[in-house]
Design a protein around this ligand. Structure first.
Ligand code: CMC
Length: 428
């Protein structure tokens, strides 16, 4: 007998089909709820209990701390594969063969040039504009240079659109950074691989030769893999919902970048470092800040702690922590921020407020620390997250369009005024 979910209201009983995911997750399919009940909806602010789609891309179990892309354990992928390999897996569903990977890399390289007119748009931004603001705007602006909508059912067109997106976003990101520093923009170079190009475009002066630092390149490759996808998080849901109106890939990704920028989402990696700096500037009293975070009358939150779905540990944080320790040792970094971070982590992990609410360090707690050790400036942290999340956004957009999902359009419970008579202005 197939299971059903039962809903009883005002003496009436309604049955709804139950869907079981491949890892045994249970979803009650309430698509017909409103129609059957004559208007009842579910209310779930923040979508804490709502599955917005079925997806084959990422599986995560927040209680057990499991994260898998297309069935492969994140730990395995982070150790054994490159960022482009894992990007291919996430976007196309299977790990690439050598030939497929070579074609992917080469096609991306063939699309890395940006239209020079993009520079005119960039010039219009104030010098101190945050690179995430520039990244989001210029990603949206790419639609003006690529006005033709991609035919999602045409494999080759989709492939080219995907490679184009993978190619151009890092260039915009690097240019946003150069603009910030008032330095001339660097161009991508086909002699370098994907990660080297990001590093040379962002962090090499035009009059210098870029030399690959293997430790930095490998650490960045690894960090980006950890960020590739995280199922229906805020920015990914944004990308899917914008794309569900059949808005293009660049427009949807531009919206995703904006969603990622917020300090409760990807902006947390920058916020972590700013918080640690604030603690040091304030005299280094970690306990004082822990107490502020616990005080319900104080809006301060411990940045880099807590997660909507991970309630035991964030598997990305465990991998990153290990990698952070290795990179810091290899690069021989001695930063007072690290001491404060370690102290804060230790105090919070032993405090009943954080234990009871299952608040653990998340990926952003350590990623900020490692980015800083790699010499990446703080305002570029969330940009690096965006570059890492890009293949995930592309994969989710593609899946949503190929599955012909309906336009995203939630309902609401209206709590405003009932009908009232209009009052002329002199009677108000
Ligand atoms: N510091 C202090 N208290 C916290 C924190 C924190 N960082 N996070 C949650 N709480 C408390 C919260 O006040 C609430 O307490 P109570 O039950 O007494 O009212 C309880 O823990 C549950 O919190 P919530 O806000 O209902 O949880 P949520 O699932 O809505 O929020 C979160 C998740 C990540 C937005 C939140 O934990 C947070 O603001 N963390 C700091 C920002 C951060 O590090 N974000 C990065 C997330 S990981 C990367 C990513 O996915 O982008």
């Amino acid at each position: 007998m197939t299971e059903t979910g039962v809903f009883e209201f005002q003496g009436k009983r309604y049955e709804f089909p139950v869907e079981i995911g491949s890892e045994g997750e249970i979803g009650i399919d309430i698509k017909k709820l409103r129609g059957l009940t004559g208007g009842i909806i579910t209310l779930d602010p923040g979508f804490k209990n709502t599955g917005s789609c079925k997806s084959e891309i990422t599986f995560l179990d927040g209680e057990k701390g499991i994260l898998r892309y297309r069935g492969y354990a994140l730990e395995d992928l982070a150790e054994k594969a490159s960022f482009l390999e894992v990007s291919y897996l996430v976007i196309f569903g299977e790990l690439p063969t050598e030939k497929e990977l070579e074609r992917f890399e080469n096609t991306i390289k063939s699309h890395t040039m940006l239209n020079e007119e993009m520079k005119d748009i960039l010039d219009g931004f104030p010098k101190k504009a945050h690179p995430m603001g520039i990244l989001s705007s210029l990603t949206g602006a790419l639609t003006a240079f690529n006005p033709k909508a991609v035919d999602v059912n045409n494999e080759e067109e989709m492939y080219q659109a995907i490679c184009k997106t993978m190619a151009k976003i890092p260039v915009i990101a690097a240019w946003a950074h150069s603009k910030n520093l008032g330095k001339p923009m660097n161009y991508p170079h086909n002699d370098f691989d994907y990660i080297e190009n990001i590093l040379q475009m962002m962090f090499t002066n035009r009059n210098e030769r870029y030399e690959t630092n293997k430790i930095i390149a490998e650490a960045l490759d690894n960090l980006l893999i950890l960020h590739i996808d995280h199922e229906q998080n805020c920015s990914t849901s944004t990308v899917r919902i914008v794309g569900s109106s059949h808005a293009g890939l660049f427009a949807s990704i531009s919206a995703g970048v904006s969603a990622l920028w917020g300090p409760l989402h990807g902006g947390a990696n920058q916020a972590v470092i700013e918080m640690l700096e604030e603690i040091i500037a304030d005299g280094g009293d970690v306990e004082k800040f822990i107490n502020k975070a616990k005080d319900k009358n104080d809006p301060f939150r411990l940045m880099g702690f807590g997660h909507r779905v991970y309630k035991n540990f964030d598997p990305r944080a465990l991998i990153i922590k290990k990698s952070a320790d290795a990179v810091l040792a290899e690069l021989d970094v001695n930063d007072p921020i690290l001491e404060v971070a370690k102290h804060l982590e230790e105090v919070a992990l032993n405090d009943s407020y954080f234990i009871d609410r299952k608040l653990f360090p998340n990926v952003d707690f350590y990623s900020g620390i490692i980015y800083k050790a790699l010499g990446i400036p703080v305002e570029m942290f969330t940009v690096m997250f965006a570059i890492g999340r890009l293949p995930g956004w592309i994969a989710q957009w593609k899946e949503m369009r190929i599955n012909s999902e309906p336009i995203g359009r939630p309902r609401q419970l209206y709590t405003g005024e009932n009908l009232r008579a209009f009052k002329a202005i002199n009677e108000r």
